[in-house]
Design a protein around this ligand. Structure first.
Ligand SMILES: Cc1cc2nc3c(=O)[nH]c(=O)nc-3n(C[C@H](O)[C@H](O)[C@H](O)COP(=O)(O)O)c2cc1C
Length: 205
């Protein structure tokens, strides 16, 4: 199969530094898609469960297993997740499947630190084994993480949070020998704005 090549004249050049933040955000989050979503649960200072989605989310290492997500500046300063991770040094990454799209969008709204997104949205929680933050019962796969480090990036600043995975909880029947049944998993990705995608055709190579 041949892939059509574009000519140099088919492209526009955009210097990201010449854009305002809102346009840079739109350009990046509309083109780097679909992004998997980490619904991160942390414990607040008073023991309330905080849940916030982060789609700037990636596998950082496999030996040992580490996952990372990037937290941007919040409207009131540091986001609750960052404050909680700094204090508790642990968190849970709950993966997100299609029935959770609306709830995840709701969890992404700015709420005061003493308000639990879990309670507001009616999500269920299950206890974790190695960390104090609970996991989300509607999530099919959860990663209990211990903070490895927080890397400060850029001038905003953004905080890239890296966690070592201590334990993976995976719904029974979702894998065979660690090979995931992708269709059954039914993950969603974040697109630009308030849009999400499900799996389309799977391309076997
Ligand atoms: C699907 C989705 C993905 C998001 N991804 C990010 C992200 O990667 N980084 C970020 O800083 N905010 C992201 N947000 C916004 C945060 O979830 C939002 O600021 C949230 O209120 C933070 O909650 P917290 O203050 O409880 O930590 C995302 C929102 C949604 C709905």
């Amino acid at each position: 199969m041949s892939v059509q090549a574009l000519a140099a004249g088919d492209y526009e050049e955009i210097n990201p530094g010449s854009l305002d933040r809102a346009h840079r955000y739109k350009l990046f989050t509309g083109t780097v898609i679909p992004r998997p979503i980490a619904l991160v649960t942390t414990l607040g200072e008073l023991g309330q469960v905080n849940a916030a989605p982060f789609s700037q989310f990636v596998i950082v290492a496999v030996d040992p297993g580490m996952l990372g997500f990037s937290i941007g500046p919040g409207p009131r300063g540091d986001k609750d997740t960052l404050v909680n991770v700094r204090r508790e040094r642990e968190f849970v990454i709950n993966t997100v499947t299609s029935p959770l799209a609306q709830i995840v969008q709701h969890c992404g709204e700015d709420m005061p630190p003493d308000v639990s997104e879990v309670e507001v949205t009616g999500l269920g929680v299950l206890p974790s084994v190695h960390v104090r933050a609970p996991r989300i019962a509607q999530s099919r796969v959860q990663f209990e993480c211990r903070l490895e480090r927080i890397v400060e990036v850029g001038s905003a600043p953004n905080h890239f949070v890296i966690g070592e995975v201590l334990l993976v909880h995976i719904e029974k029947g979702l894998h065979e020998d660690c090979r995931i049944d992708t269709r059954r998993y039914d993950p969603i990705g974040r697109l630009g704005g308030r849009n999400y995608s499900r799996l389309g055709d799977i391309i076997e190579t």
